[in-house]
Design a protein. Sequence first.
Lengths: 343, 412
Amino acid sequence: MDQIIVQVLNGLDKGSAYALIALGLTIIFGTLGVVNFAHGALFMMGAFCAVITSKILSASHRVVDETRTDFLGNPLEVETFYVQDWFGMAAGQTIMEWAVPIAIIFAIPVMILVGFAMERGLIKHFYHRPHADQILVTFGLALVIGEIIKYTFGANPIQTPAPPAFTGSLDFGVFLGYEAQTIMYPYWRLVYFFFSAIIIAAVFAFLQFTTFGMVVRAGMADRETVGLLGINIDKRFTFMFGLAAAVAGVAGVMYAPIVAPNYNMGLDFLVLSFVVVVVGGMGSLPGAVAAGFLLGILESFASMPAIVDILPGINQIIIYLVAILILLTRPRGLMGRKGVMEE
Amino acid sequence: MTDQTTQTPVSTPARAKPAKGGFLGLTSNDSTLLMIIFGLLIFAPFILNPFPEGSAMAQFNAGYPDLMQRFVIFGIFAIGFNILFGLTGYLSFGHAAFLGVGSYAAIWSMKLVTLNVIPAIIMAIIVAGAFSWVVGKISLRRSGIYFSILTLAFAQMSYALAYSVLTPITGGETGLQIKNTDNPLFGSLNPGEIGRANFFGLEMGNSYMLEIGNWVFTFNLGYYIAAVAMLVAFYLSIRIFRSPFGIMLRAVKSNQQRMNYTGLEPKRYTLWAFVISGMFAGLAGGLMVAMDTQVGPERMFWTASGEVVIMTILGGAGTLMGPVLGAGFIKYLENIVSKINKDILHQWFAFLPDGFEDLMVTLVYPFVGKGWHLTMGILFMLVVIFLPGGLVEGGKRIAGLFTRKKTADKES
């Protein structure tokens, strides 16, 4: 039993990332009808927002400290951080350590703008082209973004630590009456799970309870009629693209401490989150979220030693296997809507 | 399976003019095209080596065996992919799996049966064909993005399995090479000798160097074997494009429903196209092993599948020459542009004043050397956005500018 709980917990954080990316993909597909292969790149850009923020916050300059001397008797040059100059030693230190959460504040507007730019500059011209063309051009864009990141930041992963308050692990088993140390769960992963739950809830609430969201949902159901009612649906859809980009972006920001960002992570996540979307059902937001968590948890179950012993290699292929099975038995995916992307 | 040609009386479109008597059953246009390819392949060692040795431009020479083989092999791969994507419009994102499976089949044939490359290549084609039949049978139950995802899923599964569980067969991460412990059934090897791939006794690495003045031209046996394979592949591709079967595949792309109503089964034709393109991929995989006797699972990774997609689109999907051009273009970028470094750039821009020189080098540098992927990605995007017909369409447009034919617009 404790093994099972451990695997469910392990699956949650990866599942959260899948769910957030798949949610954004589905929003874009549901509103604009575009298959966005560059969505993984947006996730990666989010992760690099965290890297950039942490670099900016730890920008430093050298100051000659007259009171101290080095071993030759010269005045010592001390490396001081700008934030510590401005906010004082302790506060500056805290700000630097909390770079990742602070990055979210920067990432949201940046990613919304990136989303706008992408939609207005590129995707707009592809509404009336075949899906294959949309896939190809966004795939090309993903390659280009990845290469720009590689050129700017190098090919090696960049470690971006979580705030020290969240390092270490939570002894989760104790709450359930197990002995201490049976079920350990890193705090940051717990934070990631709750964070993504909040984001998902916020997106759903936004769509469900605001007038804007209502119009968007109406547009998803019948774009033409909404347009005939005198509503500029294109503008709202562009905003939704920005929102989807921001969701992917913050998912990336918060994921940076879990997996060190590198230029390839976008493509890695993209393939899996597409599988997630297809399993959940094209165009279904709850389907995308459910499938994200489901596949994340399944993946971690499949890597249990007991299961790998029986079916070696299953942990590598489980997601694809599930995707093939679901596509063949439930062509619309788990919760797909009728008439969306059928043939 | 019945022969496809027995199904044809339903449609006799005007484009499928039966070629009466022409060379190898081709119309005069097509046989010209084939002859062009033939000439290019034969004289590639000259054409690709236009600059004398030791000159500043010598680094742009692509006429060395390794690269010429790659041009041809990826040309075959792209020609095969084009039969599926160009004609039927089904976008497979998992074609590298067939290439990989073919490679594994070929190397096992060399390890166990004989070091002759011909049986190895035939093995590769057969095994890749069988594998693509299975994958196609399942994947083709869906279309559009679902088909792409299904093929991608199969390819990624093959990659993951080759990497982990199937290690006894695939060699896992290190892959397979011919070792001195291998003792093929036919062929005499001294104990401890590492076998080399051969063509009825002639080693693939055999080369003849021709020196004319400062120029050095290399004629490599392996390259010419691959070139023959490509010529055959190209010929088959022409025949498929012009055949009633090819018309059926175009019909799949334009309107499946109408095909269904006419009483034709689109899936059957598409499956055959899928298997044929899988066999082309297997041929390419087998040739790769014949040239360089080793295989690794990374050959099946999905980025490798993405590469063939890029080649085909860049050159021009649905055209005969497109995939060949695209493959050549990408491989040239990969091997030649990637070698340009800062020093070379400084040499090029040396004629400019110092400040401008540095500026130009800084501007150009991100796009060459290790950044060639960036150039490729941008080119690819530009082609998809502005030139959906690829380089071939670009060439036609440029030619159209000069000839100013008004009929060009009416062309359907």
